[in-house]
Each structure stands twice: as structure tokens, then as C-alpha cells.
Design a protein around this ligand. Structure first.
Ligand code: SF4
Length: 282
């Protein structure tokens, strides 16, 4: 068995998160949290990750991971020698007092990349503000832009003006950018989050964004630097920034023994899918 990466769904304690109306965590349900079992299984998960060829670790959560950093910061030290990325929401950083202190803490834990999601203009501004601070600590900021009509709801950013968004980001210190398609698994088709995704043109806008992005990359003389077929991702270099495109974010059933992600959940178990407890490994 081989795996591309390990996602650690960090514990959240009693924290709840309602930042996004299209939240995939609410669609796929919560685990019954067991921090003691997580702690106990941690070395075995590190062994499993190495044995299956995992090349990077993603810190994520069923809520916003920055809300509970005091619960997991120490816990995951056995993974600190892996390239490590955290997925966080730019809205968490809206408070002007957040910045250097949290970034230094992430650096100390072993994080390399801070993947900040944003879905509107104010989120993009926050990503730019934080990336300028992150640059001083050696952390790389990746902007992950969730594509819905929100992203194009200000006069500055009109539908199709993908180049404008990319230039806003690259004029800060954002080093990587991804446009993310908002989607939902078929098992969650009746949820309010799936309804929101359907009502906000996410599918058709994503198609327009991909076409506009391709045009922009060509006009800028960008070049394809990597294709990651297992992940459905292509990476293009446009000078100061790279752009990654991915058209799905929820792991579908693999055709062979290669697994996209191992998921170390906050119930202390390891799965190979976010929405199927039947994929449990340990
Ligand atoms: S930040 Fe993450 S956990 Fe919180 S609502 Fe948004 S998608 Fe869900």
C-alpha cells in the first residue's frame, strides 16, 4: 500500500466552527473525539506514514485548527520532520492582533506552509497581510480560493477577472495560489451546505475560473512545472508565484492499492476516506 500524504484531523475540544456555509466538515459529520487514543497511536501512525511513502503531512480539522492549537501543537511533534502544511481559514486572522505570534508558534511546531482559504475580497486582503508577516519567519503562504459568487462580489473583482485576483495575491508575498472547487459527496446531497453550493453557482463559476486562469497563465508566459496525476493537480509557474489547479477535494475510491490520503482522525483511528468509517486501517 502506498499513500501520498497524511492528513491529521487535529482535536478541537469543545470548539465549534461556523465560518463557512459550504463546510465540508459539517457535511461529512464529526468523529467522536479521543485525544488519549490519538496520543497512544501517534508513533504507529508515524511508522505507517513512513512505510507507505507519505511525503507530506497536512494539519486540518473538523473545525478551524487554529482555534485549538494548544490541544495539538505538542501532540504532533513526531511528524515535525515531514514537510508540513496547515489548512486554515483567513477569517480566523481577521482580528488585527493575530499575526507574528501565531506564525512563530506554527514555525516552532514544524509547519512549512500555511494554506489560507478565502472566499471574498476581505479574505484575500487578509491573506496578503498575513503572508507579508509570514515571509519574515520563513513560512510560505498558499492562498486557497474557494470559488463561489462571493469571490466575485466586489466591483474590483468581476467574474472572469481571475488575473486581477492573482495579481492582488502576488503583489503581496503569497507564493502559491489554488482555486478550489466547492463540492459535496453524494452522501451529503440533502444537507444545507450542499444546497448552498448548488445555489451559489459553484460548479459553473469554477469552469469559468479554470478557463480564465488558463488564458491568464498563457498571457503571462507561465509554464507548467509539475503535474501530480494522483492528486488531480497541475502546477504552473508565473514568476513570483505558482498556481495549482485541482478539481476535487474529497477522496474517491482508488482503483488500486494507492491511497491519496491517510487520515489520522481525532477519534484516534486511521482511515483512507473522510466520509466512510468502513475505510478504517487501525
Ligand atoms: S473554517 Fe473549515 S471547519 Fe470552519 S466552517 Fe469553514 S470549512 Fe468548516
Amino acid at each position: 500500500m502506498k499513500a501520498n500524504n497524511l492528513s491529521i484531523c487535529v482535536p478541537h475540544g469543545k470548539q465549534e466552527c461556523r465560518l463557512c456555509p459550504y463546510c465540508v466538515s459539517r457535511m461529512t459529520g464529526m468523529y467522536c473525539e479521543n485525544i488519549d487514543l490519538m496520543r497512544q497511536n501517534m508513533p504507529k501512525v508515524a511508522t505507517l506514514a513512513r512505510a507507505t511513502g507519505v511525503t507530506s503531512v497536512m494539519i486540518t480539522g473538523k473545525t478551524e485548527p487554529m482555534d485549538s492549537i494548544e490541544l495539538w501543537g505538542e501532540l504532533i511533534h513526531v511528524f515535525s520532520d515531514f514537510p508540513m502544511e496547515i489548512q486554515t481559514n483567513s477569517r480566523w486572522w481577521h482580528n488585527g492582533s493575530h499575526g507574528m505570534e501565531e506564525l512563530r508558534l506554527l514555525k516552532k511546531i514544524g509547519v512549512n506552509i500555511v494554506a489560507m482559504s478565502a472566499d471574498d475580497r476581505s479574505g484575500i486582503d487578509t491573506v496578503c497581510r498575513i503572508s507579508a508577516i509570514a515571509e519574515k519567519t520563513g513560512l510560505v503562504v498558499r492562498a486557497t480560493l474557494n470559488v463561489s459568487d462571493r469571490l466575485f462580489s466586489t466591483p474590483l473583482v468581476r467574474t472572469g477577472d481571475v488575473g486581477e485576483i492573482i495579481e492582488l495575491l502576488s503583489s503581496g508575498f503569497v507564493r502559491q495560489c489554488t482555486f478550489r472547487k466547492l463540492s459535496y459527496p453524494s452522501s451529503a446531497a440533502d444537507t444545507p451546505e450542499a444546497e448552498w453550493i448548488q445555489n451559489h453557482n459553484c460548479e459553473s463559476l469554477f469552469g469559468q475560473v479554470m478557463a480564465a486562469q488558463k488564458d491568464y497563465i498563457e498571457k503571462q508566459g507561465g509554464r507548467l512545472v509539475r503535474r501530480l496525476p494522483d492528486l488531480g493537480v497541475s502546477i504552473s509557474d508565473i514568476g513570483r508565484m505558482s498556481i495549482a489547479t485541482s478539481d476535487y477535494c474529497i477522496q474517491e475510491a482508488p482503483a488500486d492499492d494507492n491511497i491519496r490520503s491517510l487520515i489520522f482522525a481525532n477519534d484516534g483511528h486511521v482511515y483512507t476516506s473522510w466520509d466512510s468509517s468502513g475505510t478504517l486501517l487501525i
